[in-house]
Design a binder for this molecule. Sequence first.
Ligand code: C2E
Ligand code: MG
Ligand code: MG
Ligand code: MG
Length: 291
Amino acid sequence: AKHAGGNSLRFFDQVDRSGQAEDRLVVEAELRHALRGDELTVYYQPKVNCETSEVVGAEALVRWNHPERGLLAPGAFIDVAEETGLITRLGDRVLKLACAQGRSWLDQNRIIPLSVNVSVRQLQNPQFAADVLKTLHETGFPPHLLELEVTETVAMADPDIVYRITGPLRDAGIRFALDDFGTGYSSLAHLRQLPFDTFKIDQSFIQELGKSEGSRSIVQTILAMAQTMEYDVVAEGVETREQQAILQSIGCGTAQGYLFGVPMDADIFSAWMENCPSRNARRSGSGQTGR
Ligand code: C2E
Ligand code: MG
Ligand code: MG
Ligand code: MG
């Protein structure tokens, strides 16, 4: 009888939800296991100069080499990590791996500034700033080459925490970026006060470029605002030449997206850098002078 009429919808709804709950428990257990081993890894996506396509840095993005499910992107587990608090350990792992990799690139005379995403749970940990500084010290990655990305929603939800955290870290030379900019509801007054260095314009705006009326003006307005506030700007999710051309024409400095490079594991990223001489401008020693 439960299968009949109006009840059937609810029946399947319940099945679906309990299935999801079970999945979450499985993901949590497996994630705990992953954090004890070395299944978590970091991919690197280039950030480029919009005009020259020269690499100016990379964003570190967590990946999970799942023994059965293969390589997983954060969408498959980051929510569970947040809800269970495992994100603190995950974030710590990612930062250590990224800084160690950044140091190893430095040792090969390759200066690659790295951006690492941090979640609200990490920021709420009173030890966070000290932990970050310790990791930099232990890995030998210079603070001025590290940028921490905090989403706009998080930065606005708890400005006090943001101030407390950014103080000592900025004093050490670490930069801060406002991630997914444009998806939150920041007031201009708040934005102006945030001790950040960079806006990362959310990919939803960039992907509209060339498709919809007005999208160009919106991005242009964000750029103008950033300029006034002396923020750098990164356009996220650039996929087409047309989008790049529009960004170039309105003076956007830095871009990131599949057009330039997808997230790659460290070895592939190194090989990718190696294969294109124009990407080597930031190599120390040889430097920018030849171009
Ligand atoms: P995000 O920080 O905004 O990172 C950019 C996301 O956009 C990445 O997805 C990247 O692969 C994707 N992307 C880059 N270029 C393009 C493009 O041209 N087109 C499209 N459609 N997508 C593009 P990913 O790696 O799946 O990461 C998703 C989100 O997960 C990140 O968004 C970030 O919020 C979060 N995340 C990733 N790694 C970490 C981490 O180590 N810690 C924390 N707390 N969050 C992380
Ligand atoms: Mg990010
Ligand atoms: Mg983003
Ligand atoms: Mg995002």
